[in-house]
Design a protein around this ligand. Structure first.
Ligand SMILES: *[C@@H]1O[C@H](CO)[C@@H](O)[C@H](O)[C@H]1NC(C)=O
Ligand SMILES: *[C@@H]1O[C@H](CO)[C@@H](O)[C@H](O)[C@H]1NC(C)=O
Length: 344
């Protein structure tokens, strides 16, 4: 029943025209973002340290040579690590504490050593990992000094890449509502771009649309993390193949299928969306059955397969394998890939 209601709401949502949301001022957004950071530092990190039975987690970095995790811990008003910035999160005797040291003299290492001696942790996690970039943020020189500083506690260093990954991936409650608004902004933007308000067939080019998105994102008081791309698939023309240069400037014509890849950033959160569009040909009042059918029998089946496979507790590899097997059984040819979404 719950599923039925959910699907119905989803249909109602997508069929209503998406609206732009006016985002709060930068100052108000910073306050919201900082409340999330507080929750991550005070509630999320201790929960993850407990889950992996870690006594101490140290994140050390210098100005402009930040650990990947730094970006998930910093406050909204912070744009880089300052001098040398060291975070220590510790769970000792059932008590959770965190320390932030900021200094560019040797004193900082004495401070770190003193925290370690006092806590005498059984395990110290450092962000070193050969597979997961998010868990490998400790710079090489920084690691050398840190290991020297730890002295006898060096033997307690443990690698637990899931600590960094889970801190970065965990979304706190308040983010969801904001994410919905950001996504509605993206959907409103795509509706506006893929319409006669923005495209004049025979005149407007794919690059015009790309730069239209860039300006629109800025006008909505958001930023982005990648240059958008817009491509044309044309009957009788070449098939768009992966890895083809995306900077080809093409005049959009009636009967073209369009594709956009666009993302926005606000409140430290990032989105990433790809949509298809169709430009009505002369005399058409709706897309031809072949186009609608392609959407239903390929794209939508693919989306449904991925949605079915996305289950709490599954790994990315599980979802990938299950989705690909599912679409293969249905005779759909497709590709599944993803980026982490959230702080990145
Ligand atoms: C963008 O921010 C400016 C300055 O705060 C504000 O005047 C404007 O209404 C905002 N625009 C949108 C679309 O949110
Ligand atoms: C933890 O408890 C032990 C035994 O009560 C005590 O000696 C030690 O100082 C405590 N450590 C910290 C960091 O409070």
């Amino acid at each position: 029943m719950r599923l039925v209601i959910f699907l119905w709401c989803f249909i109602a949502l997508v069929s209503a025209a998406p609206q732009y949301h006016v985002l709060p001022s930068l100052r108000d957004r910073a306050a919201i973002q900082n409340s999330w950071q507080k929750e991550r530092i005070e509630k999320v990190i201790p929960r993850i340290l407990e889950k992996y039975n870690v006594d101490m987690w140290i994140i050390a970095q210098r100005e402009y040579g930040e650990d990947t995790v730094f970006w998930s811990l910093k406050m909204a008003e912070t744009f880089a690590a300052r001098r040398r910035t060291i975070y220590i999160f510790e769970r000792t005797n059932g008590t959770y504490r965190h320390h932030i040291f900021l200094d560019n003299t040797a004193q900082i290492w004495k401070d770190v050593r003193s925290v370690v001696e006092k806590a005498d942790p059984r395990s110290i996690v450092l962000n070193i990992d050969q597979d997961i970039a998010f868990s490998d943020g400790l710079h090489a020189g920084e690691r050398e000094i840190l290991e020297r500083t730890l002295g006898p506690w060096r033997a307690r260093i443990r690698r637990e890449p899931n600590v960094a990954v889970e801190v970065i991936e965990t979304r706190v409650d308040g983010m969801l509502e904001v994410y919905r608004q950001m996504m509605e902004n993206v959907h409103a933007m795509i509706s506006e771009a893929f319409s006669a308000r923005t495209i004049t067939p025979g005149q407007t080019t794919t690059m015009d649309l790309v730069w239209w998105y860039r300006e629109r994102i800025q006008a909505q008081n958001m930023t982005t993390w990648f240059h958008p791309s817009v491509e044309v698939f044309r009957k009788g023309g070449h098939d768009k193949v992966p890895n083809e240069p995306e900077d080809e400037d093409v005049v959009i014509l009636p009967g073209d299928v369009l594709h956009v890849d666009v993302g926005v950033v606000a409140y430290g959160l990032a989105t990433d969306t790809q949509h298809m569009g169709y430009v009505l040909a002369e005399g058409e009042t709706e897309p031809p059955a072949t186009i609608k059918n392609a959407l239903r029998t390929h794209s939508n089946k693919m989306q449904d397969a991925v949605r079915r496979a996305l289950k709490v507790g599954s790994t990315g590899d599980d979802v990938l394998k299950e989705s690909l097997e599912d679409i293969e059984r249905q005779g759909v040819v497709g590709t599944v890939y993803s980026h982490p979404i959230g702080d990145w």
